[in-house]
Design a protein around this ligand. Structure first.
Ligand SMILES: [Zn+2]
Length: 273
């Protein structure tokens, strides 16, 4: 197990990520006519190739810095976005317990509002909550005041209903803005992106999720998965729950412990800047 974690705040190419995450992180926004909505018309296999083509991502993430990958050996961070909800969050929690893993859940304030008992269950089982916004907004497309309002509302909803003051904010679609960055700083949070994923917002099966995650997971990775299908192209997030033991098995075979972001950071010699 590594004892030192140096946290990288800049985008840099990861040699193991032949299929590294694209700029359009999660399900593309649906309104109005855009490259994202046009992409929705394509077959999934074609969309997958487009996800891997991300010329704007590095530029955007340099402009709005956040954690993408930790300089640590022996650990990778496991994260789940868009929850909580009744569909798959309980199954994800059970799968994590069986695999003896801890994770960071980037929850939506609106989902916490609707399912506060699940948010509290995540905390009770030793996992960490991060903020994904109150609603699933594209902050690069909404007015600055709406952006600030969304972060504050989500942050305080989670604090009120769970007692947790989030340390991390993951912008939906990986798209931040000056207003979101400022609100994030004012609320005492740091932006977190990712460096690996399971393509699990698409309607793919367990085997594909595992295949993609295995191909991208490495020491220091921040792995993006979803415990809710509320903002996805699929009806249920259960395939993600079913993929957890297989991803965990693969990580173990490579000597990588899957942990929450809190755990990875606290184990390191450095705190995030
Ligand atoms: Zn999301």
């Amino acid at each position: 197990m590594a004892r030192r974690a140096h946290l990288s705040l800049t985008v840099r190419p990861m040699p193991t990520f032949a299929a590294s995450p694209p700029s359009t992180s999660e399900p593309p926004a649906v309104k109005p006519p855009s490259r994202a909505s046009l992409r929705a018309l394509l077959p999934r296999t074609a969309r997958e190739r487009l996800y891997e083509w991300h010329p704007g991502r590095a530029r955007r993430w340099r402009r709005y810095p956040g954690l993408q990958h930790l300089q640590v050996h022996g650990q990778a961070v496991l994260t789940f976005d868009d929850g909580p909800d009744e569909d798959a969050t309980p199954a994800v929690l059970d799968a994590l317990e069986r695999a003896e893993l801890k994770a960071t859940f980037f929850v939506l304030g609106s989902q916490v509002d609707a399912h506060p008992h699940l948010a509290r269950e995540i905390v009770a089982r030793g996992h960490e909550l991060g903020l994904h916004g109150h609603r699933h907004e594209r902050h690069d497309r909404i007015a600055p005041d709406l952006s600030r309002e969304d972060l504050a509302r989500g942050f305080h909803t989670i604090a009120d209903l769970t007692g947790v003051r989030c340390r991390w904010f993951r912008p939906p679609y990986g798209k931040s803005s000056p207003a979101a960055q400022q609100a994030c700083a004012e609320l005492g949070m740091q932006v977190v992106y990712w460096s690996a994923w399971g393509l699990d917002w698409e309607d793919v099966g367990v085997a594909r999720i595992v295949e993609v995650a295995r191909g991208q997971l490495d020491h220091g990775s921040i792995l993006l998965l979803h415990d809710s299908a509320c903002c996805a192209r699929r009806r249920s997030a259960m395939p993600t729950a079913e993929a957890i033991p297989l991803i965990a098995q693969h990580a173990r075979s490579r000597g990588i412990a899957l942990v929450s972001l809190r755990e990875a950071v606290s184990a390191g010699a450095m705190s995030p800047a």
